[in-house]
Write a protein that binds this ligand. Structure first.
Ligand SMILES: NC(=O)c1ccc[n+]([C@@H]2O[C@H](COP(=O)([O-])OP(=O)(O)OC[C@H]3O[C@@H](n4cnc5c(N)ncnc54)[C@H](O)[C@@H]3O)[C@@H](O)[C@H]2O)c1
Ligand SMILES: [Zn+2]
Ligand SMILES: [Zn+2]
Length: 343
């Protein structure tokens, strides 16, 4: 039995049986234990597209995943059966110019979980390139391992903004991505980290993690070396960049639905720079160690737990419960009352 939660139409999830995957050369079979729900899963579920990626036919969602290796194919040496692993959702071709240049996340042939036409991880067993699997220490839970994915977005954003120890950092947007980007910045040596949001409960959450918070109504005073834009809201990039010091650096992580305007003639005087961020590369080992060591705290981000059967509810929870941050789905728990794993 290999039960999958399949999106068969807009707003429609069905449990279906899929064949057990086979471990080809270089691949491994992972028994999926925890899958975090991302805003992109919800967008595909509701609207069937993100930019140029359009869902056509059935698709399995979910790309923030972790599980246990149950079989390895020929030629797999880095991991073995029984390893508990965090899954990097992108498999590049490893041959093209971008891959050869070390920018494998920009590979034009990247196979990315739950990005059409590729299926994702809301299934009990999945075959993956063994090089996308990163063993986690015994003390780490599968839920924590699944959070390496959204943490990676923040880690790569910090790198794209050339964050240096001692920098003062402003993070705009305190959703899961912003909260993890703020913690990434702190772990990488930021002197101060300030986060802003329009939602008071999100600021409360950030404050409880020891991050300085700023409501959007308070008059902005401080200036910063680095901006990590994580709201995707209109106008936030421009106002955030305006608060950078001379030679400040911004990374655009949030994805606005529309084109954004930048007052470049004003921003010009400080020679601030802007880096765009498309996911991440080479962040899993660091992400795992930051979470395992407690330097990045993810447990309280998980506000909801669902069995595979309740995938549709999990995909909608962000809209229904204002206090939700991250829902985790447990594919091994097909029809049960999902609970956090404690192994
Ligand atoms: N670049 C990438 O590779 C990548 C990867 C993952 C997610 N993302 C993007 O990151 C963004 C954040 O993701 P998330 O899951 O945390 O989303 P989210 O919607 O949970 O969080 C966004 C937060 O921004 C806040 N916000 C809205 N207007 C604001 C304003 N004017 N000032 C400050 N905060 C404001 C919201 O209240 C919310 O808390 C999304 O746009 C998502 O598409 C990008
Ligand atoms: Zn995601
Ligand atoms: Zn490639």
């Amino acid at each position: 039995m290999n039960t999958a939660a399949v999106m068969t139409a807009l707003g429609c999830i069905e449990l279906q049986q899929r064949p057990m995957p086979q471990a080809a050369t270089g691949a491994a079979i992972v028994k999926v234990h925890a899958v975090g729900v991302c805003g992109s899963d919800t967008t595909y579920y509701r609207h069937g597209r993100i930019g140029d990626w359009v869902v056509e036919g059935d698709i399995i969602l979910g790309h923030e995943a972790a599980g246990e290796v149950v079989e390895v194919g020929d030629g797999v040496t880095e991991i073995e059966v029984g390893d508990r692993v965090a899954i990097e959702p992108g498999t590049p071709c490893r041959q093209c110019t971008q891959c050869q240049a070390g920018r494998y996340h920009l590979c034009p042939d990247l196979v990315f979980l739950a990005t059409p036409p590729y299926d994702g991880a809301l299934v009990q067993y999945i075959a993956l390139d063994a090089r996308t699997l990163f063993p986690i220490p015994d003390i780490m839970t599968y839920e924590q391992a699944a959070m390496v994915e959204p943490l990676s977005v923040g880690l790569w954003g910090c790198q794209r903004a050339a964050l240096r120890p001692g920098d003062d950092v402003l993070v705009t947007g305190a959703g899961p991505v912003g909260i993890l980007a703020a913690q990434a910045a702190r772990a990488l040596g930021a002197r101060t980290v300030t986060i802003s949001d329009v939602a008071p409960f999100r600021l409360e959450f950030a404050r409880a993690l020891g991050i300085t918070v700023e409501g959007v109504s308070s008059p902005p005073q401080e200036r910063f070396d680095v901006l990590l834009e994580c709201s995707g809201a209109p106008g936030v990039l421009a106002t955030g960049m305006d608060r950078l010091r001379e030679a400040g650096r911004a990374a655009m992580i949030g994805l606005p639905k529309e084109s954004v305007e930048l007052p470049v003639s004003f921003l010009n005087k400080n020679e601030v720079s802007l880096a765009l961020v498309n996911r991440y590369q080479n962040t899993w080992p660091l992400g795992i160690s930051l979470i395992a060591s407690g330097r990045v705290s993810v447990d309280d981000l998980q506000t909801h737990s669902f069995s595979l059967e309740d995938t549709a509810t999990a995909l909608e929870i962000g809209a229904c419960d204002r206090r939700s941050l991250k829902a985790i789905i447990y594919p091994q728990d097909v029809r049960g009352t999902a609970v956090r794993t404690d192994y």
